[in-house]
Design a protein around this ligand. Structure first.
Ligand code: HDE
Length: 708
């Protein structure tokens, strides 16, 4: 009678194929399916006369065009999506009955949308921002959405303040500036008026605010949820996504330049990785707290501005997600996908986290206007793979053709179908939490420590990470016009740590705050630093190879092939497109020119030798700038043979280079790898590969003196 909820029936692809259109070999038609015999001119009364109302093809085409824009998301407007699947490592039945968390052989289809929060849909990818990490699991028990971010906490504790924080960070209403940026008065005014934002500000101003790639960031469910097992036992949980690619960041100067040179930088990176078969992967993990331990921590488990330090509550690995398919159509899938933290499946429930409670209202509500009515679940990307049966009917854009005359319950005409399912038939049963209390508009006292975890975060940063945070304050708060707001920022963050408060004051040219500052918290947590997530390989890293006519082909080919074999993407960059000729006369295809690219689009740069090539590059301001900029951005730089002379012609400073023409030793210093003379570049390539894996070489203390 009832459909079997069997995974074999689940192939997302098959389900969606029904909706896929391919016009290859087909005639052009109207939306009524009528073939069109001419489409380049409208129907007119005479060749030079007015267009006629009766031109149904013209009117249909223009009318559709006039209506093809839908409202963008009020937050998270700019994003990129990808399809994939999730697989659990081992049955999680002890903790949850969620069907997709039981069978290690079962692949649950997923769709993920990464996003920026603040900017409009056409804004740049690399702005400083929180990033959304929303995952839809098309499970056998219906859709489950894990609508998370790349930062594990939030700015505010109660959803009623969400419109306020969003209004404050969005462009200011009188002149709609600045776009996609927190660096303006209203946001920092909100911050100093709302000390609960303190810890999240540190996360945002850290390197986590400018990730190198969506593929290289963590994800977090942020809010506290519950796992419920078949016996009805509940535990508090927080969700984590760990990137198997390791983590990597941009530097601020680079992020700003990328916003101009390639505003689609993160989107392109994700798309290209998937197109080239480098499928990004994340490990799902959970932190769990027993209900009886709810009050045993120095944070409130319901407070979304607090992490559960991993040292206190370890992350249990649960399974792995692989993203392996780009969308067919951006609008149909990435734009129309509708997430909702209230899309839950049996085995997962919510907590009383007041931010989550508000979110449970907001997402469904916002889709009604954005997707134009209550039937957006019928849009292919939103359709569950589990069958839908209920008595909901009609509404805008209904595509389902319901059968029969019964659309109410209970009924006897249809033997009371569709019937409610008991728990053992996977019916969703809400967790029976006991709740007592007076109706109050109030905040729990246990939420009111706004500083300890901010200090914990600060303490956990390495010296370069601390420096980046202070510099980010100089930029963000430096753009604030109101001096009293700036002064209050200094005081607020002096309360986190004296070093931080003084560092901010120094760059802003404000009076030093009084007292030592700080909270007295000395604890740190290793998992909070970027260094906790090193890359294991150099796959998908972009490596520029600077070359001109007369390049040494042997050197170039050895390095190119080795990088390529390791999964990196080496690309020849030169002054002009087309072909180059090597010293030996071989033809070499130029992939990018100094006009179409820049060092900011690459993770590392290599300069092969060849006297003629190097003489030409030395005369190119673009080539010198390329190296200076890569150096300043702390990227690996490698040069062999005469290539070292190009590095010497730049303003790169404070590093040892293989100077002598007879030198056959590889010199590796602060991520600059040079060798003058070597038939076998093996050891050189090895050093270069290690430097690429490390990604940034912060120890270049002289980098500030290099122009970029
Ligand atoms: Fe959202 N959020 N949010 N949010 N959020 C939306 O829903 C909201 C919050 C997150 O790629 C909106 O469909 C409230 C935290 C992501 O489509 C809206 C509060 C976290 C996305 C909304 C929060 C998120 C959204 C706008 C309480 C991390 C993009 C468009 C303060 C756990 C999903 C939409 C996508 C989108 C409301 C806070 C994540 C208006 C009321 C915390 C990843 O409903």
């Amino acid at each position: 009678m009832h459909e079997r909820r069997d995974i074999d029936e689940y192939s997302k692809r098959e389900q969606l194929d029904h909706y896929l259109e391919d016009s290859t070999g087909e005639y052009l038609t109207t939306n009524q399916g009528v073939r069109v015999n001419h489409t380049d001119d409208s129907l007119k009364a005479g060749e030079r006369g007015p267009t006629l109302m009766e031109d149904f093809h013209f009117r249909e085409k223009l009318t559709h065009f006039d209506h093809e824009v839908i409202p963008e998301r009020v937050v998270h407007a700019r994003g990129s999506g990808a399809h994939g699947y999730f697989q659990v490592y081992q049955p999680m039945a002890d903790y949850t009955m969620a069907a997709f968390l039981q069978d290690p052989t079962m692949k649950t289809p997923t769709f993920v949308r990464f996003s920026q929060v603040v900017g409009f849909r056409g804004s740049a990818d690399t702005v400083r921002d929180v990033r959304g990490f929303a995952t839809k699991f098309y499970t056998t028990d219906g859709n489950y959405d894990l609508v998370g971010n790349d930062i594990p906490i939030f700015f505010i504790q109660d959803a009623i303040k969400f419109p306020d924080i969003v209004h404050s960070i969005k462009p200011e209403p009188h002149n709609e500036m600045p776009q996609a940026s927190a660096a303006h008065d209203t946001f920092w005014d909100f911050v100093v008026c709302s000390p609960e934002t303190t810890a999240m500000i540190l996360w945002l101003l850290s390197d986590r605010g400018i990730h190198r790639s969506y593929r290289m960031m963590q994800g977090f469910g942020v809010n506290t949820f519950r796992f419920i097992n078949a016996q009805g036992k509940a535990r508090f949980v927080k969700f984590h996504w760990k990137p198997m690619q390791g983590m990597a960041q941009l530097v601020w100067d680079e992020a700003q330049k990328l916003a101009g040179k390639d505003p689609d930088y993160l989107r392109r990176d994700l798309w290209t990785a998937i197109e080239t078969g480098h499928y990004p992967e994340w490990e799902l993990g959970v932190q769990m707290i027993e209900e009886e331990d709810e009050f045993h921590f120095d944070f409130d488990v319901l407070d979304p501005t607090k992490i559960w330090p991993e040292e206190d509550v370890p992350v249990m690995p649960v399974g792995k997600m692989v993203l392996n398919r780009n969308p067919e159509n951006f609008f149909a899938e990435t734009e129309q996908v509708a997430f909702h933290p209230g899309n839950l499946v049996p085995g997962i429930d919510v907590s009383n986290d007041p931010l989550l409670q508000g979110r449970l209202f907001s997402y469904l509500d916002t889709q009604l206007i954005r997707l134009g009515g209550p039937n957006f679940h019928e849009i292919p990307i939103n359709r569950p793979l589990a069958p839908i049966h209920n008595n909901q009917r009609d509404g805008y854009h209904r595509t389902q053709i319901n059968h029969g005359k019964v659309s109410y319950s209970p009924n006897s005409v249809n033997d009371n179908y569709p019937r409610p399912a008991p728990r053992e038939e996977h019916g969703y049963v809400h967790y029976q939490e006991k709740v007592e209390g007076r109706k109050v508009r109030a905040r729990s006292e246990s939420f009111k420590d706004f500083y300890s975890q901010a200090t914990l975060f600060w303490n956990s940063m390495t010296p370069p990470e601390k420096e980046h945070i202070i510099k980010a304050f100089h930029f963000e708060v430096g753009k604030v016009n109101d001096t009293s707001i700036k002064q209050r920022v200094v005081e607020q963050f002096h309360r986190v740590h004296g070093e931080l408060g003084r560092g901010i004051a120094m760059g802003l040219g404000l009076p030093m705050p009084e007292g030592d500052g700080g909270t007295g918290v000395t604890k740190s947590s290793a998992a909070l630093s970027f260094t906790a997530f090193p890359a294991q390989d150099i796959k998908t890293r972009m490596i520029a190879i600077l070359a001109a006519e007369g390049v040494n082909q042997q050197e170039l080919a050895q390095v190119f092939d080795a990088l390529h074999a390791a999964g990196a993407t080496p690309q020849i960059v030169s002054m002009h497109g087309g072909m180059l000729h090597s010293m030996g006369g071989e033809e070499i295809n130029v992939e990018k020119t100094f006009v179409t690219t820049g060092s900011i689009m690459f993770d590392a740069v290599y300069v092969p030798g060849g006297p003629q090539s190097i003489e030409k590059l030395k005369m190119s301001g673009d080539a010198l700038h390329f190296l200076n900029e890569a150096f300043k951005h702390c990227k690996p730089i490698a040069a062999s043979g005469e290539g070292v002379e190009l590095v010497m012609a730049t303003e790169v400073t404070g590093v040892d280079l293989a100077q002598s023409g007879m030198h056959d030793q590889v010199v590796a210093d602060k991520g600059v790898i040079t060798v003058r003379k070597a038939d076998d570049l093996g050891p050189f390539i090895e050093q270069f590969t290690m430097a690429i894996k490390q990604h940034r070489h912060w120890e270049r203390e002289m980098k500030e003196q290099v122009p970029a």
